[in-house]
Design a protein around this ligand. Structure first.
Ligand code: FEO
Length: 170
């Protein structure tokens, strides 16, 4: 069984992951309006992965005989700017999520909860990958983003992303 402190921080993390899904969905709609289908698909897939992140936490709390408590999801903004500005917002949001996951890890240490510490390691690695992927796209946008032909090719490249479901215990 998990402690109340761990249960609360994991429930807060569920909310952050579902908010992330909302944020990426809003960005996807924004890219779709701009006619950037590949960027829209990339962010829509990211939204699905964020739902998976939330569901993995949901399943874990239940497996550890905790109580899931779903909080209200904040409304995301709707005006994101050009592709570089959107990806800079994504990077800053993912850094915030990384800090949040680090706080969960820190609390598992304080509570001597080794099982949750082991569980949360997956999220720590996932954040490293997410920040690196976004940083890579930001670098490309900084170099080529103002050239229409390059943006067209980057849109095609991002459109190749495939959704790979994540789930707990599988
Ligand atoms: Fe689930 Fe993008 O952090």
């Amino acid at each position: 069984m998990i402690s109340e402190k761990i249960q609360n921080i994991l429930n807060e993390q569920i909310n952050k992951e579902f908010y992330s899904a909302y944020l990426y969905l809003a960005m996807s709609a924004h890219f779709d309006e701009m006619g950037l289908k590949g960027f829209a698909d990339w962010t829509k897939i990211q939204a699905r992965e964020e739902v998976d992140h939330g569901m993995i936490l949901f399943d874990y709390i239940i497996e550890r005989q905790g109580r899931v408590s779903l909080k209200q999801i904040e409304m995301p903004e709707e005006n994101f700017g050009n592709p570089l500005e959107v990806f800079e917002k994504i990077y800053s949001h993912e850094k915030y999520v990384t800090d949040s996951i680090n706080c969960v890890a820190n609390m598992t240490d304080e509570e001597c909860d080794l099982a949750t510490r082991y569980f949360i390691n997956w999220y720590i690695s996932e954040q490293v990958e997410e920040e690196a992927n976004v940083d890579d796209i930001i670098k490309k946008l900084k170099i080529f983003g103002s050239e229409k032909a390059a943006l067209y090719h980057l849109d095609k490249e991002l459109g190749n992303r495939e959704y790979k479901p994540h789930s707990y215990n599988s």
